[in-house]
Design a protein around this ligand. Structure first.
Ligand code: AR6
Length: 171
């Protein structure tokens, strides 16, 4: 079964097969991790994104990584947090599930995820981390791809939320 790691880092610096972008439905760039990925990848990323016709929340679309160390970028759109009763959890699950399905399609070994929706989109980080870890563990139990999943925390509070879950006894 594939491995799960946790790091505190800038996702644009990681040498993995694919990094996941927490984008918006336009796929035309923005702030946060999306802005950082576009800056690091260079303008050809935006050119390819323009051809994709946007992306619905919960879906995931693939581009090349251009100047990034990563070969691919998987763009997914998380839910905007509206209090938790508007289907946010299901959409967030779909982001992880569809991104991991893209890894299977690409036959790619390693992927790094940011903490989707917990910045500008306001999803509480402990709740989002639980969804992320559950979906990744479920996928890895069923699929040989990817072999390695890296959760990337940008700040100590996010790191701690994931660490608490990943170090908890199974079950
Ligand atoms: N590497 C890793 N994680 C990062 C980086 C980085 N370089 N920069 C920020 N984060 P956010 P969202 C963390 O706001 O909540 C954009 O404008 C950040 O600290 O990037 O899904 C899009 O275009 C937080 O923990 O994404 C959308 O409009 C996490 O990444 C909107 O923001 C997610 O924060 C999406 O909002």
């Amino acid at each position: 079964m594939g491995s799960i790691e946790l790091v505190q880092a800038d996702i644009t610096t990681l040498t993995v097969d694919a990094i996941v972008n927490a984008a918006n439905s336009s796929l035309l760039g923005g702030g946060g991790v999306d802005g950082a990925i576009h800056r690091a990848a260079g303008p050809d990323l935006l050119k390819e994104c323009r051809l994709l016709g946007g992306c619905e929340p919960g879906e995931a679309k693939v581009t090349a990584g251009y100047r990034l160390p990563a070969r691919w970028v998987i763009h997914t759109v998380g839910p905007v947090w509206r209090g938790g009763r508007s289907g946010e959890e299901e959409v967030l699950r779909d982001c992880y599930r569809h991104s991991l399905e893209q890894m299977v399609r690409l036959r790619a070994a390693s992927v790094a995820f940011p903490s989707i929706s917990t910045g500008l989109y306001g999803y509480p980080v402990e709740r989002a981390a639980r969804v992320a870890v559950q979906e990744v563990q479920r996928h890895l139990a069923e699929s040989p791809w990817p072999e390695r999943v890296v959760f990337v925390a940008f700040d100590p509070a996010t790191y701690e939320a994931y660490r608490a879950l990943l170090e908890a006894p199974a079950g």
